[in-house]
Design a protein around this ligand. Structure first.
Ligand code: PSV
Ligand code: MN
Length: 405
């Protein structure tokens, strides 16, 4: 029975649980989060932003150095490997020099002119072939980097009713994705990401988790669903999707970010930290019940247009870590018992106890015990990294626009 509604310090069991969570939690950073990206209405250029793949990786390495929880970097092949597999040795070396490793490989079949009517769902077989060939090249890169995950997102769909056969496009996707699946080996996986709209505005070919699930099931055991938190309609219950995918052993990974309206790509937890907590809670509850953590790739997918990109990424890593620890210290045994007995208030309060617990002092102690700065953001600012990057990269960034603030 819950003792009451007083604020209590963490119990020793909760402290142990929190430390275990901190020791195991890692989140992957996107190389594209460090370059001057923005919205389709404009970019606000930062003089210190990364201008090359080595600079993006160095920035990700800086985040890992100060937070200790971001050991890998997801890469976008078209943007990071312009020469394809030939770029792998240099990129791997840069990663090593910066204390990180190369993570998920992201093909890009949405930018080239030929993809106007889609990639694997394009009615033109030549374009489908071109898209498939690029994805298979990405598997080569995946083999060379030793990356476990191929992260697949498609901009495919139609923007006007009647302009494409929804069923034919689905079948073309099944065919293409199956071929990709058959190219994988060892422990490699393919993660199938969904998004309800943008850039297609009428019928996106992989619009929701059900479609990702069905495509993955058609492909085989290496395919899993990738949940990008920004890719849902307003008010959609993401943690319920997470719980269902966990229960079906079909949750492969996340692209984390926060949003207010659509795919806003804002700092994780800046708008709704309780949602991040609830998502992590489903995973921690599952872990508690099964006695082992599910195999999930936690990744960030954000576009930093206004804040300093490295500072925003440190905020993201800190928020992720904090919400994960809060989720891990929930008294799951008590929660389950309240749920089974229909004790609604006690069950809800047990969940809220985790969310409202202030775990920041404990995280600071954990950081110190690992030789990390207690305050990663302050330590990053004190390091002078941004000033140096402005000097080194400013001229190149200035070339991107006529002026920057
Ligand atoms: C698409 O909106 C997306 O979420 C996909 O994951 C892409 O790979 C990423 O953003 C970068 O464009
Ligand atoms: Mn994404």
């Amino acid at each position: 029975m819950r003792a009451g509604y007083l604020i209590m310090p963490l119990t020793s069991a909760q402290t142990d649980q929190a430390i275990k969570a901190l020791d195991s939690f890692a989140i992957e950073l996107p190389s594209w989060g460090f370059a001057n990206t923005g919205t389709r209405f404009g970019k606000f250029i930062q003089a210190s932003a990364a201008t090359t793949t080595p600079e993006k990786i160095a920035d990700a390495g800086a985040v890992h150095k100060f937070t200790g929880c971001c050991p890998s970097v997801a890469v976008h092949v078209l943007w990071d490997f312009p020469k394809g597999v030939a770029d792998v040795p240099e990129v791997m070396q840069v990663a090593k020099d910066n204390g990180v490793r190369i993570g998920a490989i992201n093909p890009n079949v949405f930018q080239d002119q030929c993809y106007k009517n889609g990639s694997l769902g394009n009615p033109d077989p030549e374009v489908r072939k071109a898209a498939l060939s690029h994805i298979l090249d990405c598997v080569e890169i995946q083999n060379a980097t030793g990356s476990r995950d191929l992260s697949l997102w498609f901009a495919d769909g139609t923007s006007y009713p009647g302009t494409g056969s929804i069923r034919a496009r689905k079948e073309w996707f099944v065919e293409g994705l199956k071929t990709v699946h058959s190219a994988l080996s060892g422990d490699q996986r393919m993660l199938v990401e969904y998004k309800p709209f943008e850039p297609a505005f009428y019928a996106t070919d992989i619009a929701d988790w059900g479609m990702s699930y069905i495509y993955s099931k058609h492909c085989g055991p290496r395919a899993r669903v990738l949940v990008d938190t920004g890719h849902h309609y307003q008010a959609q219950n993401i943690e319920q999707i997470v719980a269902w995918l966990l229960s079906e052993d079909m949750l492969g990974g996340f692209h984390f970010n926060d949003r207010r309206y659509a795919d806003d790509d804002l700092t994780l937890g800046c708008i709704d930290p309780y949602q991040v907590f609830r998502i992590f809670h489903e995973i921690c509850y599952f872990t508690w019940e099964k006695g082992a953590a599910p195999d999930i790739a936690y990744m960030v997918d954000q576009s930093h247009n206004l804040k300093n990109k490295i500072e925003e990424t440190i905020q993201t890593a800190n928020n992720a870590q904090e919400m994960y620890v809060k989720a891990a210290i929930v008294d799951h045994a008590a929660l389950q018992s309240h749920q089974l007995k229909g004790n609604l208030v006690d069950a809800e309060e047990t969940l809220r106890d985790g969310f409202f617990a202030d775990v920041r002092p404990l995280i600071q102690e954990w950081r110190k015990s690992k030789g990390l700065p207690a305050d990663p953001l302050a330590a990053f600012r004190e390091s002078g990294y941004t000033a140096k990057a402005e000097t080194d990269r400013g001229a190149r960034n200035k070339g991107a626009v006529s002026s920057y603030a």
